[in-house]
Design a binder for this molecule. Structure first.
Ligand code: SF4
Length: 190
């Protein structure tokens, strides 16, 4: 593994606002199609209302296979303090703060050494206040749109464990995860 590159990626993620970050190989990522059933239960209320969410994001088996097409994942987390465990507004605000972080991480992967980058975030896409799916339009920002880890069937608690991070970071805090899956050009040439 190119350790100096991975160290630089992790440090850049921390500088951009992540609490912790780590690079793992994608063979350590656990996927489970049962996560699609959780989306279908629609507890978030966004099922069928965002191009980056199920069912529009794609077939769960195909998306889980897609994860295996990449060699590495830069996994990162944010941790935000809440007023109390019922502070739902604080949870939503904390989630919104992950979006600019996620976008700034994209720039780390614009170099020629990367091929086939896939960025997965926390929860729904979040780029637009109201997704174009709800107004009958095509996606307004396909270059920025970001599906969630769960939409690809990724078990986030196991992802945290594989990345050496805590899934829960203490009372009255909320933790969100994201991951940039990538392959290096040198991997393709090997
Ligand atoms: S970028 Fe906007 S229109 Fe496209 S999927 Fe995300 S929220 Fe919807």
């Amino acid at each position: 593994m190119p350790e100096s590159l991975f160290k630089r990626l992790c440090e850049s993620a921390i500088d951009a606002g992540a609490y912790r970050s780590n690079v793992i190989t994608t063979d350590k990522i656990v996927t489970d199609r049962a996560f699609r059933g959780m989306c279908e239960a629609n507890r978030c209320g966004v099922y069928g209302k965002c191009w980056m969410c199920p069912p529009d994001v794609g077939d769960i088996d195909e998306l889980m296979s897609k994860v295996r097409e990449f060699r590495y994942a830069l996994v990162y987390q944010t941790v935000t303090e809440l007023e109390d465990s019922y502070d739902f507004e604080g949870m939503i605000a904390a989630k919104k703060r992950t979006y600019p972080l996620s976008r700034s991480l994209r720039r780390l992967f614009e170099g020629d050494e990367f091929v086939g980058v896939l960025h997965l975030g926390a929860g729904g896409c979040g780029v637009c206040e109201i997704c174009a799916k709800q107004t009958g339009e095509t996606c307004r920002f396909p270059g920025l749109a970001m599906p969630s880890l769960e939409a690809y069937g990724i078990n986030v608690s196991k992802l945290a464990e594989a990345s050496g991070m805590k899934y829960i970071n203490g009372q009255n805090t909320v933790t969100y995860f994201g991951a940039v899956l990538f392959t290096l050009r040198s991997d393709k040439q090997a």
